[in-house]
Design a protein around this ligand. Sequence first.
Ligand code: CUA
Length: 397
Amino acid sequence: MLSVPLTLASEGFFHRLWYGAREPFNGEPARIGGGGMADMAPASDMLFMGIFWISLVSFVFLMVLMVIFTVKYRRRPGVPTMRSPAHNTPLELTWTVVPLIVLVWIFFQGFWGYIHGQTGGALPEEISLEAQKWNWGMTYGNGAASPELVKVGARTDVPLFVAPAGVPVLLKMHSIDVIHSFWVPDFRWKQDVFPNRYTAFQFRATPIEKQDPSILQTGKHADGAEYKYIDHYIFCAEYCGDQHSEMAGVLRVLPPKDYVKIVTDWATPRGSDIDKGAFYYKTKGCTGCHSVDGSARTGPSWLDMFGHEVTLSDGSTVVADENYIRESVYNPAAKIVAGFPNSMASQQGRVSQEELDCLIAYMKSISKYAPKSMLEGGAAPAEGDRGGEPSGQGERK
Ligand code: CUA
């Protein structure tokens, strides 16, 4: 009995109708898995397509019977009205017991799938996932976070995450503000993400060597070595405010050894405070609301923000200096920039003092109102620049 929906679930017109095809979309690489891309996907597809076919068959059966009865038993002149039978035990038992069996089957299929998604395989690779309005963040076992951004639809700054293929992966998830829902359509799975509580998302992505080679893509490590991967969209499936629909991510599934290599590479932000600040801008979830190119998003752009005068919602003005930024990060509701909503959560405990220093250095580096350090290639001060206090030395040779 089950082999029929199974076959129909993995192939064919109706499957493609619901789950999409693997063609590239909008000039971007294909990121929709027509066949399902993780261990729970085939069971989910089978259940969905099973329910679909059960519904379709029941619907057609009932409608055809209805039409036949309507025609056959219609009122005709000269024919006396028949008395309705009061009872038919075999018939009533049949239409009670048969749907009951079907519904119990549906319940257990869904229940087993749910339990499977909640409880891990043995010793899964744990990754912690954090949601906030309106971005996803993942932190790996070595403390690394992804500094890579990719294009999805209209957004060019969607965070890219990696996960090993073929092994159990467990996402420990929490939210720092409202309820979100972590959803990977290719895996046929989603799970709500709550503030003040962890939830789990468990999957085992299809091993790369078992994927259809035509949908694999090739990436390059920092050392030039190549690896094969497949990208999956991440969406938010719980309405969480203005930019809910743009709360996206890309999950790159790749061979475990390449996963280790990349995450090891991501572990340490290198370079100057500005480089580190640019790294934290991408890894702390700032990209969801703050652009660095001047375009207005949910929050003010960081371009030319530092050192500039900001008009607040109460009409007063303030200069965006270190203390203003510190307050805006740790107590965002204290001063709201005119024209923007009060929707940011406090980053207390998420962004350390040291990380804040680096973020401020980065903000300065992209603001024409901020001084540039000579060490960072800023222009050497001309005679008389850098304050009005004469030092008495080296002046006016
Ligand atoms: Cu987050 Cu919707």
